[in-house]
Design a protein around this ligand. Structure first.
Ligand code: AFP
Length: 335
């Protein structure tokens, strides 16, 4: 039986849910940008473009040439697509307004190349995107809670290149056929196990963590001899898209909590184009996304580059982290 193509699924979903028909062109344009980014990532070292771009982004982080190249691919793909009112990119200080916003137009938030510090060591990276409709004619506000997302997805540039997409009902995966470049459905409906056998955290930050998180990690490490009564495994890829994809596939929990070193910024990972889309995807697959204290999609942004504390994964494990935090004050560890 012929495999369902990405554009076919989008058309089906839009018809099924009575979504704005213009969304198809937006998502197919994103798939085109992903195809171009994939080609650049795949050849990276040979094209000499995995070094630093010599610039820094609004986060004050060195931009790698591919970060900038990937951002340009997304911009070029989306400018001129009917209904795209604004772009909010991790790589751009300011919001790009492409048209006078009309209610129902699309605000597209994206991280063009997440995990780019893995490029020079040839590890998986990804592109993350989130779409929220303009709320009213002329409304130039882009600071909306993640609960208003109508669509979220990512591309994982790994051994295979896979796009994962949700409209909030289910989560489907489409893998690029290297022969044709077409994205064919490879995952009908991700369903994340409610219990986790693995946790993912940069454990070197342990001493900076809030006490609730430290207590949770202590008990994970105590394994079957401790309160958890079972051993858990640990993973850390340092590429959020790869971590989330693993958890979608076999369960687990990904933690990047706010800590004493990131408290002034509110955390490490960004709300609008990392935490919100990944939370929507995980929730649609039966999991959860929390700051450790509240649902991520209920966080009201103050700025479009806001950072946030992140705990995303198997529903029961996220609830466990929230339970630990409820028993401890919200102060931070050592700076
Ligand atoms: P880069 O995009 O700078 O590589 O950061 C990747 C990331 O935002 C996220 O994808 C990882 O989960 C996390 O940072 C890795 O953080 P550590 O460098 O502290 O491991």
């Amino acid at each position: 039986m012929a495999q369902v193509k990405f554009d076919e699924m989008i058309a089906q979903k839009i018809a099924q849910h009575g979504l704005d028909a213009r969304l198809a062109a937006v998502l197919n344009a994103l798939a085109d940008a992903i195809t171009r980014i994939e080609a650049d990532v795949r050849i990276g070292p040979l094209a000499g473009n995995i070094g630093l771009a010599g610039a820094q982004n609004v986060q004050g982080e060195d931009q790698k040439a591919l970060d900038v190249i990937a951002d340009i691919h997304v911009q070029k793909a989306l400018e001129g697509v009917a209904g795209v009112a604004a772009l909010v990119s991790e790589e751009l200080d300011d919001v790009i307004w492409l048209k006078e916003p009309q209610q129902g137009d699309f605000l597209v938030y994206y991280d063009p190349l997440d995990g780019s510090s893995n490029l020079d060591v040839n590890l998986s990276v990804g592109t993350i995107f989130s779409i929220i409709p303009v709320q009213a004619d002329g409304d130039r506000n882009v600071l909306h809670p993640g609960r208003l997302q109508i669509c979220a997805g990512y591309a994982l540039y790994g051994p295979a290149t896979t796009i994962v997409l949700t409209f909030g009902d289910d989560v489907q995966g489409f893998t690029m056929d290297p022969q044709t470049g077409a994205f064919l459905r490879s995952h009908d409906a991700f369903s994340v196990p409610t219990d986790a056998a693995e946790f993912a955290i940069n454990i070197s930050r342990y001493r900076h963590l809030p006490p609730g998180f430290r207590a949770y990690i202590d008990d994970c490490l105590a394994g079957k001899d401790g309160p958890r009564g079972r051993d858990l495994n640990m993973r850390w890829v340092a590429s959020m898209v790869a971590e989330i994809h693993r958890i979608l596939t076999r369960g687990g929990v990904f933690l990047y909590p706010v800590d004493a070193k990131t408290l002034d910024k509110g955390g490490r990972l960004r709300l609008m184009y990392e935490a919100n889309p990944m939370s929507m995807i995980m929730a649609a697959a039966g999991g959860a996304g929390s700051t450790g204290w509240q649902d991520i999609v209920d966080v009201m942004p103050q700025g479009h580059h806001d950072r946030v504390s992140v705990v995303i994964g198997s529903a029961n494990e996220v609830a466990e982290v929230v339970r630990y935090n409820a028993s401890y004050p919200k102060n931070m560890g050592s700076a």
